[in-house]
Design a binder for this molecule. Structure first.
Ligand SMILES: NC(=O)C1=CN([C@@H]2O[C@H](COP(=O)(O)OP(=O)(O)OC[C@H]3O[C@@H](n4cnc5c(N)ncnc54)[C@H](OP(=O)(O)O)[C@@H]3O)[C@@H](O)[C@H]2O)C=CC1
Ligand SMILES: O=C(O)[C@@H]1CCC=N1
Length: 278
């Protein structure tokens, strides 16, 4: 019976676990999750999903055929330390922002089958937008296995490793930009006189409808926007305020900064590790 193991038991691990279990991709007894200290968190995950939990990473690595690295980038070294000798032919899937395949290889101290992935938390409901990049030591069969894993919890694109920083800026962090927009829309809706519950339902449907319109009509977002915007009407009046406040520039700067931060993380941790090694 093949198992999947998660080193790191936070938001991203849980999003993947929820998507995989609810989608029937893995049975609960095929999922193992480990963290370092937080026993309450492990109990919470065990109660919620009936999965196997442990503080023993070696047990996890020995039992799982896919190992997902899901700790924070700053914890990559401590997360991997101690498992090196138990890595044989498992597939390692890292979801860590900014941490390169080379850095993981350096910490492992040997070549291994490593795939870097950038999913997002919508994996919870099988709607993740994921991109993956593989090292040269990964076989086509392993890439396909990883693609199937992420396609079971959303969509999955194969990209070059250097493009993962941009993926992180666009879709890894992306849900948070949308949630911020919704927070602002909800606040405004109440200020202009709507009941908060009604506002939430209207906003959710507006988001779902807009996303589906882009997907199903195949029209450009700019065309769809024109179709909403009557000359001298309400939309034009509203959008002029967004433009006055530099909405588009802010979104572009946001994605560029998040992408740049992913590159910074890579540099920061490859430097930290080479300092540690020296
Ligand atoms: N959140 C998101 O939307 C996304 C996150 N990611 C990436 O996923 C990774 C995890 O993010 P997120 O889930 O938000 O982070 P969280 O802080 O929610 O979770 C991190 C987890 O790692 C555990 N951990 C830390 N050090 C170790 C260690 N040495 N050994 C084992 N477990 C360890 C922590 O538990 P404890 O301290 O008890 O050990 C905790 O369970 C990050 O690298 C991030 O870049 C990628 C895409 C989206
Ligand atoms: O904020 C972060 O660093 C992580 C990576 C993408 C989403 N969350």
């Amino acid at each position: 019976m093949t198992k999947i193991g998660f080193i790191g038991a936070g938001s991203m691990a849980e999003a993947m676990i929820a998507g995989l279990i609810n989608g029937g991709v893995y049975k609960p007894n095929q999922v193992i999750v480990a963290n370092r200290t937080n026993t309450t968190r492990l109990e919470e995950l065990a109660t919620k999903y009936d999965i196997i939990t442990t503080h023993d990473k070696k047990k996890l690595v020995s039992e799982a055929s896919i190992i997902v690295l899901a700790m924070k980038p700053k914890d990559v070294k401590s997360g991997i330390d101690g498992i090196q000798e138990f890595i044989t032919n498992q597939l390692i899937v890292s979801v860590l922002a900014g941490i390169s395949i080379q850095t993981i290889t350096n910490i492992l101290g040997k070549e291994a089958s490593i795939i870097r992935a950038m999913p997002n938390t919508s994996a919870t409901i099988a709607k993740s937008a994921t991109a993956i990049a593989a090292s040269e030591h990964v076989s086509m069969a392993q890439i396909k296995k990883c693609q199937s894993l992420f396609e079971a919890i959303g969509i999955c694109k194969l990209v070059e490793e250097h493009q993962l920083d941009a993926v992180t800026g666009v879709s890894g962090s992306g849900p948070a930009y949308v949630y911020l927009l919704v927070e602002a829309m909800e606040k405004a809706a109440v200020e202009v006189g709507l009941d908060a519950h009604v506002a939430r339902e209207l906003i959710i449907q507006t988001l779902l409808g807009s996303a589906e319109m882009i997907e199903s009509t195949k029209k450009l977002p700019s065309q769809l926007r024109k179709e909403v915007t009557s000359p001298n009407g309400t939309t034009e009046a509203g959008i002029s305020i967004l433009q006055e406040h530099g909405f588009e520039d802010a979104v572009i700067a946001c994605i560029k900064r998040a992408t740049e931060r992913s590159i910074e993380l890579k540099t920061m941790f490859s430097e930290v590790l080479s300092t540690t090694e020296n």
